[in-house]
Design a protein around this ligand. Structure first.
Ligand code: HEM
Length: 396
């Protein structure tokens, strides 16, 4: 019998917030698949190498639901990504339906039409920033309001309500306070339902109104509210973190900042590099095996939990040369920060537009931008699934 008392225990120590946990590196060097103990005390397979993470992202024998959810291994008490979600019998069709409904609203054509609008918003935020006396919290002045304003306009959610739904979103992502997360999810859903009810009668040019109209208006208000709440959450938390961490990467790598200033077209590869490195791997994406899967020298049994660490995969030296260096000219950059395969991020084109718009202008408009506090004093949100910073004090 295997001794499971000595399994590596998550979460792993992460002394350098801009790097991945040193233990992840050790496990990755040792094997693509490691049996670990999750913060909830259960066992799971942690997958750390790029090839296996990518293969499992697109393996339909894995899902997010579990045939016996009450007894399924858990990662944390987080209600979104810490335990099984969805119905085991209907997951594949439910998921296909969700994607079919949402994908048209995020098509390349629609997103391209949105780009000038996002660029104008960035310019406005930077104009406002320029009128302020430093030091200023860039998180509050740009990283947070920009993606929130973009997703609000796209969905048709009032920007004025941002403080309220931001509190709910942060609570939902909380890794420890289960009760608060549940009650905030209820509040966010109820808020969205109220909006959907209004859109039914006063449709506008936005995603919520669009969803009210599809399939001859047959989608229920509850379902649209649930889709909307998911988009509101996915559409802002993640992008906010990338603006903060991307800025921090540039402020701590003056050579890369200079490279971008000398050749602004590098913003496209720079954003991919920010995406690769800003996923520092505190959280990994949870799946459950629907069948036995042989991979990386092990057999994953049906019902077992699998944690896909894109943070570790993004720094796998088998794929990325000098994986820990921030190199904005990196051409080969198949990072897995948006996932891969059937769950690939629906908002990826939008997130890229937002990040490219920010990093095309921020450093050229504020050439002397620098941290207003020592790096060690920055506070990272380790309690929250999406990670990132509480604030980013800058001066210029
Ligand atoms: C830089 C910002 C973003 C990052 C790093 C990110 C990351 C991800 C990742 C890793 C997944 C896959 C999850 C999995 O496989 O379980 C995902 C899925 C998703 N993302 Fe994003 N995302 C970002 C921005 C956005 C935005 C702006 C939106 C919407 C406006 C969005 C909407 C979604 C949706 C709806 C899914 C679910 C797709 C599915 O399950 O099929 N994301 N995202």
């Amino acid at each position: 019998m295997t001794d499971t008392s000595s399994l590596p225990m998550m979460p792993f120590d992460q002394p350098e917030p801009l790097s991945i946990a040193p233990l992840l590196r050790v496990l990755q060097a040792d094997s693509p698949m490691t049996r670990v103990r999750t913060p909830a005390g259960d066992e799971a397979w942690l997958v750390t190498r790029h090839a296996e993470v990518k293969a499992l992202f697109s393996d339909r024998r894995l899902g997010r639901s579990h045939p016996d959810p009450k007894h399924a291994p858990r990662v944390s008490s987080n209600i979104l990504l810490g335990s099984p979600t969805g119905n085991y019998e209907t997951e594949p069709t439910d998921h296909a339906r969700m994607r079919a409904l949402l994908t048209p609203f995020f098509s390349a054509k629609r997103m391209a039409a949105l780009r000038p609008h996002v660029e104008a918003m960035v310019e406005q935020f930077l104009d406002a920033l320029a009128t302020r006396t430093p030091p200023v919290d860039l998180h509050e002045a740009l990283s947070f309001p920009l993606p929130v304003m973009v997703i609000c306009q796209l969905l048709g959610v009032p920007f004025a309500d941002r403080e309220q739904f931001h509190i709910w979103s942060t609570d939902i992502a909380d890794l420890h306070d289960h009760a608060r997360a549940r009650s905030s999810r209820k509040s966010l859903n109820a808020y969205m339902r109220g909006l959907v009810e209004r859109k039914r009668f006063q449709p506008e040019d936005d995603v919520l109104s669009g969803l009210c109209a599809v399939e001859n208006g047959s989608l229920s208000n509850e379902y649209i509210a649930e889709l909307g709440a998911g988009l509101l959450f996915a559409g802002h938390e993640t992008t906010v973190v990338r603006i903060d961490i991307g800025t921090l990467l540039f402020l701590t790598h003056p050579d890369q900042r200079q490279t971008l200033l000398s050749d602004p077209e590098l913003v496209v590869t720079a954003v991919e590099e920010i995406l690769r490195l800003s996923n520092t791997g505190a959280s990994a994406l949870l799946r459950y095996a629907r069948e036995a899967i042989e991979i990386g020298g092990v057999i994953i049994q049906p019902g077992e939990a699998v944690l896909l660490s894109s943070g570790a995969a993004n720094r796998d030296e088998r794929v990325f040369e000098e994986p820990d260096s921030f190199a904005i000219e990196r051409l080969l950059n198949p990072h897995l920060s948006f996932g891969y395969g059937s769950h690939f991020c629906i908002g990826a084109p939008l997130a890229r537009i937002e990040l490219q718009s920010v990093f095309a202008r921020l450093l050229s408009r504020f050439p002397t931008l620098r941290l207003a506090v020592p790096l060690e004093e920055l506070r990272f949100r380790n309690q929250v699934l999406t990670g990132g910073l509480f604030e980013l004090p800058v001066t210029w």
